[in-house]
Design a binder for this molecule. Structure first.
Ligand SMILES: C[S@@+](CC[C@H](N)C(=O)[O-])C[C@H]1O[C@@H](n2cnc3c(N)ncnc32)[C@H](O)[C@@H]1O
Length: 281
């Protein structure tokens, strides 16, 4: 089982890779990016993913949003700026919460945003505190996806919306070889297990959510997935050398190796990427 400390260590150690390869300081995104006709660059795809989810959630200025697993605050800042809403962002990493607070100040939305270190499976927020719970590539880290969903249900107001974008298991059964490929990706990105799609849907329904909708957007994230794959291949020899010289850590090089295997998982149809939308009754 991957611990919370391992998740924090992964993000704090690999921040440099996201900075160098994923425009972290400009785009503030730790997600994969959504490609369509309107996107030509990675930076555009990273923003587009926020736009697509914002549209799906019909987020407006009167909403109070929880960005559950907020990274360095990119989506929270995007939503505060573009939709005019109030956003609380939570993450396990103190470093990320500090960065997010700094970025929000720089972007002029510090009064609309608040970043805290908190576990999204046990938040401490009062019942019915939020209009929207937003989880962009963060629910995958929950040891129990059911617990995450139940907590989201509890803190949503009646009629509130949950929007999740993430990777999922897409097959009923896996051969030992397929399981190995899967694990060579997810464990290196500090994820214990992705949820099978039908199980995630069942948790939503069991919690009481209605109007549950899933949209497969694997094809929209594949260009970014391919880019990560290519990056891993090209930079691997240098990264190994840097590790031997003590300039890169094992966690950082595992992150790079994970970037290789995530593409194989998509290409072998072992996993899929999609967005869930659901409303509290
Ligand atoms: C892949 S990053 C995504 C960050 C952000 N949503 C984005 O799109 O840039 C995953 C985030 O989930 C957070 N996370 C993982 N488990 C969590 C938990 N139990 N409670 C709160 N945040 C968590 C991590 O700290 C990290 O910020």
């Amino acid at each position: 089982m991957i611990s919370r400390k391992q998740i924090v260590d992964y993000y704090d150690s690999c921040e440099i890779d996201y900075r160098m390869n994923w425009h972290l300081d400009e785009c503030l995104a730790l997600h994969i990016g959504y490609w369509d006709k309107s996107t030509k660059t990675l930076a555009q795809a990273l923003v587009r993913q926020n736009e697509i989810m914002g549209e799906k959630g019909r987020i407006t200025a009167s909403d109070r949003v929880l960005d559950a697993g907020c990274g360095v605050g990119g989506s929270s800042i995007f939503l505060a700026k573009s939709r005019g809403c109030q956003v609380v962002g939570i993450t396990l990493s103190h470093k990320q919460a500090r960065s997010a607070t700094g970025f929000a100040r720089k972007k002029g939305v510090h009064e609309q945003t608040d970043f805290q270190v908190m576990d999204y499976t046990n938040t401490g927020f009062a019942d019915e505190s939020f209009d929207v719970v937003w989880a962009l590539e963060s629910s995958c880290y929950a040891a129990s996806k059911k617990t995450f969903i139940n907590e989201a249900y509890r803190i949503l107001k009646k009629g509130g919306r949950l929007i999740v974008a993430d990777g999922f298991e897409s097959k009923d059964t896996y051969s030992p070889f397929e399981r190995k490929i899967f694990d060579l990706w997810i464990k290196r990105w500090a994820v214990d297990a992705l949820e099978p799609l039908p199980k995630f849907r069942q948790h939503l329904s069991d919690a009481g959510f209605i109007k549950i909708n899933y949209e497969d957007i694997t094809k929209n994230v594949t260009p970014s997935s391919r880019r990560l794959f290519a990056l891993a291949i090209v930079t691997w020899p240098l990264a190994k050398m840097a590790q031997a010289l003590g300039k890169r850590s094992k966690i950082q090089n595992d992150n790079l190796a994970g970037a290789f295997f995530q593409y194989l998982v998509l290409k072998l149809n072992l996993g899929s990427y999609g967005m869930f939308y659901a409303e509290k009754k």
